[in-house]
Design a protein. Structure first.
Length: 254
């Protein structure tokens, strides 16, 4: 994995850790410079978490990777970030991470089997293979990706019908092989311009034409998804034929 990382980046790998996200923030707090400053990978987490504070179920063989990106302290860059807003910064990181996870996994399972599901799930033939968690503290954004490599034993009932693994998709389920590919993709896609990210994400997302339910500020909307622009809105056609635009920055799946 070290070979995929810039020389200035702190890289740590663990068999088990509390949270790769928390450790990445710790390393970033003492880092010098901007851009990717720390990467933490682990095969198991004892205090892993998903989006919106949900607990993260780890399969018997998994890979959790968190990469910390420090803001450029240049005043002009700071003004630009302030103008874009925190929501857009997080959205950009999330979109880039989703595309990166898709790209890395596709190298192992082959083309045509994977899809992204807004906002942050990677699916293989309809089942969740990986998830993305973006967190921001101060001037640091940590991009976290959790990938199911393989699983021995029974799945918990609540995830049995909805989850899968890289091995279950026919891929090579070895963290030593997958981790460098994932890190390289994460670093590459975080550097791409917004227009490139939007196109790459849209090409991989498969919600259009399916039925979906979303919540925006405690109001629930349900209907057929017409389109999703990850930086703008979800266009939903409700059962009465009316259409509603839901801002992606505030919408969650319901």
């Amino acid at each position: 994995m070290r070979g995929a990382a810039p020389e200035a980046m702190a890289v740590e790998a663990y068999a088990e850790i509390g949270s790769t996200q928390d450790r990445a923030f710790e390393l970033a707090s003492s880092a010098v410079g901007a851009g990717p400053v720390a990467c933490v990978a682990a095969l198991a987490q004892t205090a892993g978490r998903g989006t919106r504070g949900k607990a993260w179920f780890s399969v018997s063989d998994a890979l959790a990777m968190s990469v910390a990106f420090a803001d450029d302290p240049d005043p002009a860059q700071a003004a630009e970030r302030a103008g874009a807003g925190v929501d857009q910064a997080i959205a950009r990181a999330s979109v880039a991470a989703g595309v990166a996870a898709h790209e890395a996994a596709e190298r192992f399972v082959g083309p045509g089997r994977l899809a992204l599901r807004w906002p942050n799930d990677l699916l293989c033939e309809g089942r969740k293979l990986a998830g993305v968690l973006i967190e921001r503290r101060g001037g640091v954004t940590v991009v976290g990706v959790g990938v199911n490599l393989d699983h021995r034993g029974d799945w918990p009932e609540e995830v049995a019908a909805r989850a899968t693994t890289l091995a279950g998709c026919g891929g090579r389920a070895e963290a030593q092989a997958f981790a460098p590919a994932l890190l390289a993709s994460l670093l590459q896609w975080q550097e791409e311009p917004r227009e490139t990210l939007s196109l790459a994400w849209t090409e991989r997302e498969r919600s259009a034409g399916t039925r979906g339910a979303f919540v925006v500020e405690n109001a629930r909307y349900e209907g057929r998804v017409l389109s999703i622009d990850p930086f703008d809105c979800i266009l939903l056609e409700r059962d009465d034929g009316s259409r509603v635009r839901l801002p992606t920055a505030r919408a969650v799946r319901g």
